[in-house]
Each structure stands twice: as C-alpha cells, then as structure tokens.
Design a protein around this ligand. Structure first.
Ligand code: SF4
Length: 170
C-alpha cells in the first residue's frame, strides 16, 4: 500500500520540496529526482495532497526534551503562535537553554551554524563556486565545529546573531 508520508520523506531526502498549492502539488528542487518519481506522484496525487493537508492542520508537536536544539524549540514556538516573550523565556528555560544566550561575536562561526552546510557535510557555497580558491568539494579542514571566518557563511537556524560579518575563509 502506498505510504504518502514515507514517500514525502524520501523526496525530501532527495532534496525535493513538496508543497500544496490550492488543490495542486508544487514540486521544486532536485529535477532529476522529480522526473524519476513523476509517475508515482501522478498516480498518488490525491493521497499526497491529503497527507500534506493533514500535516498543515495538525497541531505542531514540541521537540523531544532530551535532544531538542534551541532552534527547534524556537521553530515550534513560532509554529504554535507563541509570541509572549515571558512564556517563550520560560519554555526555553524548561528545555535547559539560557534565554539570553548569544554566540560570542568574534565574527567567527562554525560550518554547523551555516545554512550552506549540506546534509552530507559538504559546503553548498563551495559547490556553487562561491568560495574563491577552493575546490567544489571544500569542507573546512578542522571540521564542521571549528570556528572560522568564511566569505560564504550564511546564518543558519542556530545562529542567533545573523549580523555576522562575512570575511574571507580562514
Ligand atoms: S559557507 Fe563557509 S561556513 Fe558555510 S558551510 Fe561552507 S565553508 Fe562552512
């Protein structure tokens, strides 16, 4: 039996974004994956739309206490429409986060904080040729947790100071 949720997760893993647009499906991202899955998408369009509609209507569930990232907790509060600053502080505290914490602003960031870090550990900016004098397969030599300044840096979900300066890779 066709499992719409599992199919959508597979598509997302292949970097395909699946959204609903009125009564239709909207696909973007990895074109070859879209083309490969197109017959199945067409055959199960109604189930896929129903699955996405249900996901939209469902109450957002809080991230698990033991493993939640701060960004996940904040995304959950946003999705749940929680805007009261005091309540947000209390929720962050209950998860063990310091609500007032900010990364020390030396201008250095880790690849793990960067929106250009791909799921496979590679750098999207390098693959696009946006980091001068590096190969398309560039990854920071000291690893994704090493602080450095990078011209390709884009603040990711866990960077709470998106005013980060962009400087040359070092
Ligand atoms: S753009 Fe720079 S900081 Fe971001 S993942 Fe690539 S090397 Fe790391």
């Amino acid at each position: 039996m066709f499992d719409a949720r599992a199919f959508i997760l597979t598509m997302q893993a292949e970097r395909v974004r699946v959204q609903i647009d009125g009564n239709d499906l909207m696909l973007s991202g990895n074109r070859s994956a879209i083309a490969a899955h197109l017959p199945e998408i067409r055959a199960h369009k109604a189930e896929l739309i129903a699955c996405l509609t249900q996901a939209t209507n469902d109450e957002p569930t809080p991230p698990p206490l033991a493993t939640a990232l701060r960004a996940e907790v904040e995304a959950w509060m946003d999705a749940a429409g929680e805007t009261d600053p005091e309540t947000r502080r209390e929720i962050l505290t209950s998860y063990g986060f310091d609500p007032g914490f900010r990364y020390p602003d030396s201008g250095r960031r880790a690849c793990r904080q960067c929106a250009n870090l791909e799921a496979d550990g590679g750098c999207r900016a390098a693959r696009r040729g946006q980091i001068p004098l590096t190969s398309k397969f560039y990854t920071h030599p000291d690893g994704i947790d090493a602080l450095h300044r990078c011209i390709g840096y884009r603040p990711g979900l866990d960077d709470h100071d998106p005013m980060t300066l962009r400087r040359t890779a070092s």
